[in-house]
Design a protein. Structure first.
Length: 152
């Protein structure tokens, strides 16, 4: 995180200021081997723990008191599969924001090809379906689905 900030990458989100402070205080990890006790101390220090959630395109600078992913407060780590957009622990890098925009573009393209409901309850037939042979897909539909070949 610190290297990205020094290289000019921006971050945003409710926890951005905390992450910038933590990155400024952090030392560069040189690949040292640590024992279990040292690992427990690192995990217990909430100021240095930043969790990556690539499916949600966000980072989590986890603080139990602000976590919306589990409201009971008994967990020591975030539930990344229950990430809530309005959470005060969220941080988003410029790279993640670009990835989120790319994902939104993909979903927009898919949505343009999804069937929609009309006033009659069925979508109008796509222009290219007139050439399809065989039975209709829904009552009143002019769009036909290709027939399967009978099995021998």
């Amino acid at each position: 995180m610190r290297d990205g900030l020094h290289a000019g990458e921006g971050i945003s989100g409710p926890a951005a200021r905390r992450v910038i402070r933590a990155a400024a205080r952090a030392t560069t990890f040189a690949g040292a081997t640590i024992n279990a006790r040292t690992a427990q101390h690192l995990i217990a220090n909430e100021d240095v723990m930043i969790y990556d959630n690539p499916q949600a395109f966000v980072l989590c600078h986890y603080k139990r008191a602000q976590a919306l992913c589990h409201r009971d407060g008994v967990k020591d780590t975030p539930s990344l599969d229950h990430c809530v957009p309005g959470c005060g622990n969220i941080v988003c890098t410029d790279r993640q924001a670009a990835g989120l925009r790319d994902r939104a573009d993909v979903l927009d393209k898919r949505a343009a090809h999804a069937p929609s409901r009309s006033a009659t309850g069925y979508a109008p037939a796509p222009a290219n379906c007139a050439s399809w042979p065989a039975p209709t897909t829904a009552p009143g539909s002019s769009c036909r689905r290709p027939q399967r070949e009978p099995r021998p």
